[in-house]
Design a protein around this ligand. Structure first.
Ligand SMILES: NC(=O)C1=CN([C@@H]2O[C@H](COP(=O)(O)OP(=O)(O)OC[C@H]3O[C@@H](n4cnc5c(N)ncnc54)[C@H](O)[C@@H]3O)[C@@H](O)[C@H]2O)[C@@H](O)CC1
Ligand SMILES: Nc1ncnc2c1ncn2[C@@H]1O[C@H](COP(=O)(O)OP(=O)(O)O)[C@@H](O)[C@H]1O
Ligand SMILES: [K+]
Length: 506
């Protein structure tokens, strides 16, 4: 499923109107009907509904929703939040169709006490502002938004909660806190940003017949990776497959004080389907590790002060190498990473402390002939980019894209919405996962799952999308059934992979 910026939405609209010949009025009719039909699934016709209509096309959708619901026998009061004469274009057309159908509407100015009037309703439909919102919210919308936010019934926003911009990098001045948002055709970028996502409440997309042609013709695209994508792209294991067909992987990391992270990465890689796995770490870790991860083989690395001091002895001819977990932030880390960057013949995934070591030698990424994957959390990514975490999270798509394109690396920016960016600038977002994963070790598990995935798939982006989706989905299954977000451990997710794979294969 594609997701879009406001401009991409307008371009699609224009293409449908000018090139395909579908009139704007018809698109608005489709939009309003699709929203009303969707509402019918969860709003009973016994509910008293107020529809707040703004002066733009979002308001136009509101008139169609109102007409459709009234025709279905719903109790609907329509409140126009502008002078009706200010409404122009397709929205004015639907205002007239609404009126000519014999339905009344009232201007907010005619209501003595709007806050009080809303109290008599069960549902408020917010069709005030859509993707056209710009800057600080002006009257009367600022006042109306605060009334809606005090309303105790259900708030359903149309396309996006009024006041929330569609794009990243923009401040929210004042916005409707929706319980539910019915998104028209394509989710907007703000549905996946930390500072705006919560305004949407739960959201669903309705189809209004707009083609994806315009978005597909852009140089790069943004898509949501969903369960169906995983089911259709996860590589199957053939009856005659053997361990060599599922990848020969290496995990490099671990300091004396941090043996746990590579244990989790290795175990996760094996559970996720890696064929053969070797762990390269300091001598002191190996006995304990070998009894925890019995399926792996081990390479001893020299240590100094409890940290890996040299990896020159490692054979780098693996299908994929994951490096950096629990490695520590010692001064020698940069040299070790440099060797790995130069010598790894297959895919190199850099995580955790490896990312800190990378900061001073970022330009080495450009010289690599084989793929590099970076899996930062926002703190690591902000450090690599020399920006603050809030700055990064304000526009994570733009920062990820610029970084991936400049350094020709795959970036997996982790978070509640994990963003996967290819060196060409294509982006995917996965929305699985829950706050139970906000614990030490979750990233190590992800690194292991991704290592296994990239060795088993022809397509790196698919492997990364599948791996992040599976990681989050497993945690979701676990908190739904056996665990809670409090007690869930990163290592539970490793064992939980069995459930996910079984669910996917049914
Ligand atoms: N492909 C599309 O683009 C489609 C769009 N449709 C609907 O149209 C909406 C977009 O319509 P518009 O472009 O008219 O945008 P809006 O409906 O968001 O309205 C913009 C209007 O709000 C006012 N406004 C903007 N910022 C404001 C602020 N800060 N304070 C107060 N007033 C402000 C402006 O004066 C402008 O007239 C979508 O969200 C969707 O609901 C659908 O009808 C059909 C297809
Ligand atoms: N609130 C959340 N919702 C969904 N996923 C989350 C949430 N918090 C963390 N995660 C996921 O958990 C992992 C945490 O990784 P990271 O911060 O690197 O952990 P660590 O370094 O402690 O192992 C990421 O995959 C991230 O997407
Ligand atoms: K809205």
């Amino acid at each position: 499923m594609y997701f879009v910026t406001a401009q991409e939405m307008y371009d699609t609209d224009q293409y449908a109107i000018e090139r395909i010949g579908v009139e704007g009025k018809l698109l608005m009719e489709n939009a309003g009907r699709a929203v009303a039909n969707h509402m019918e699934l969860f709003v009973s016709d016994q509910k008293r509904i107020a529809i707040l209509i703004g002066k733009g096309n979002n308001g136009g959708d509101g008139f169609v929703i109102a007409r459709t619901l009234l025709q279905k026998g719903y109790d609907v009061e329509v409140i126009v939040c502008a002078s009706p004469s200010e409404i122009k274009g397709d929205a004015a057309y639907h205002r007239d169709v609404f009126r000519n159908s014999g339905f009344p509407f009232i201007s907010y100015e005619e209501i003595e006490n709007l806050e009080h009037a809303l109290k008599e309703k069960d549902v408020v439909v917010d069709a005030m502002l859509g993707i056209g919102v710009k800057g600080a919210i002006r009257p009367p919308y600022n006042q109306l938004i605060s009334f809606v936010n005090q309303f105790e019934g259900e708030v359903i926003s149309v396309d996006l909660p009024s006041g929330v911009p569609a794009d990243e990098g923009l401040e929210v001045d004042q916005a409707v806190q929706a319980d539910r948002t019915i998104v028209i055709q394509f989710p907007k970028v703000s549905a996946f940003l930390e500072h705006t996502a919560a305004y949407y409440g739960r959201w669903e997309v309705v189809d209004i017949g707009l083609p994806s042609t315009v978005i597909q013709s852009k140089k790069t695209q943004k898509r949501v990776w969903k369960k169906q994508d995983v089911s259709t792209t996860l590589p199957t294991r053939g009856a005659f497959s053997h361990k060599g067909k599922h990848g020969k992987g290496l995990v490099i990391g671990g300091a004396v004080a941090m043996p746990g992270s590579i244990a989790m990465t290795s175990r996760a890689a094996l559970r996720a389907g890696a064929g053969l796995l070797t762990v390269a770490t300091v001598q002191e870790n190996i006995t304990a590790l070998a009894s925890t991860v019995v399926e792996a083989t081990y390479t001893t690395l020299p240590s100094e002060g409890g940290y890996i001091s040299d990896i020159g002895s490692v054979d780098f001819s693996y299908d994929a190498i994951a490096m950096g977990m629990g490695m520590g932030r010692h001064t020698g880390a940069e040299t070790i990473l440099q060797v790995a960057l130069e010598q790894t013949q297959g895919i190199l995934l850099i995580d955790a402390d490896g990312l800190y070591a990378l900061k001073g030698i970022l330009s080495s990424l450009k010289g690599r002939h084989n793929p590099t994957i970076l899996t930062p959390h926002p703190g690591e990514m902000a450090t690599l980019l020399n920006v603050s975490i809030p700055e990064l999270l304000h526009q994570p798509f733009a920062y990820s894209k610029a970084f991936a394109e400049e350094f020709q690396a795959y970036i997996v920016l982790k978070g509640a919405f994990t963003i996967i960016t290819t060196p060409q600038g294509n982006q995917w977002v996965t929305v699985t996962g829950n706050p139970g994963m906000a614990k030490g070790g979750s990233g190590d598990v992800l690194a292991g799952i991704l290592l296994a995935m990239v060795m088993q798939s022809q397509s790196l982006e698919r492997a990364l999308c599948n791996g992040t989706w599976i990681h989050g989905y497993t945690a979701d299954l676990l908190v739904q059934h056996q665990h809670s977000t409090y007690d869930l451990l990163a290592s539970d997710v490793i064992e939980g992979l069995a459930q996910t794979y079984r669910a996917l294969s049914q």
